[in-house]
Design a protein. Sequence first.
Length: 232
Amino acid sequence: MHKVKRNKGPIKLMNKDKEWRDSLKINIKLKPNWEEFSKTVIKKETISMLEDMYKGCCCYCESKIKSTSYPEIEHFKPKTFYPELCFDYTNLHYSCKRCNLAKGSHYDDNIISPSEENPEEYIQYIGELAVSIDNNKRGNTMIDVLKLNERADLKEERIKYLNEFSKNYELIVSAIEMILNKEDSKDLSILKPFICNFIDNVELKSKHGESYCTMIKHNFLDKLDILMEFLK
Ligand SMILES: [Zn+2]
């Protein structure tokens, strides 16, 4: 998870939200009809704006959604307990089916909104695992509720992704060591294109909109400084 800048939602949704809140003022017991809303063009526009905001990746697990499953609208504060926020764009996120199902109607002060707070202050990735920084409660809650380390398919995808980078990194490091251990020439220039390529790739894949970008960032970004030393 990483922080995402919220875009402006569809105007039609803002109107719907206002209309809904006005009807609640008249009858506080009303329940939002999400199913009916789901058939409207406003829902389509909303999901498209959220997709743009999250660049097609799940707000929680960072999987590219369309390649694995259909996107869902996640109510950060669940509509069951916060019906007044059902059509409030600031309460809506872009999520994969698995995360949406896992979070369900769970909500408490430990749950982190990727558009309001910086999740990287609470969760870091070590290898393919999400780890709560200093064992903090909010990080642990997010990892447990979303089952970030328990979902076999998600873990497998992450490992596959990570392995590509690890393999290339290890190859570069052993090539550097081999050259530096040579008796005669210690010229690393032959490795420069490989090192540059690796650095570019890590920088690119750590960016918002790339699958598992936070995992790549946390595992490899600090290694780039070391590699850059060899480019001097
Ligand atoms: Zn997800």
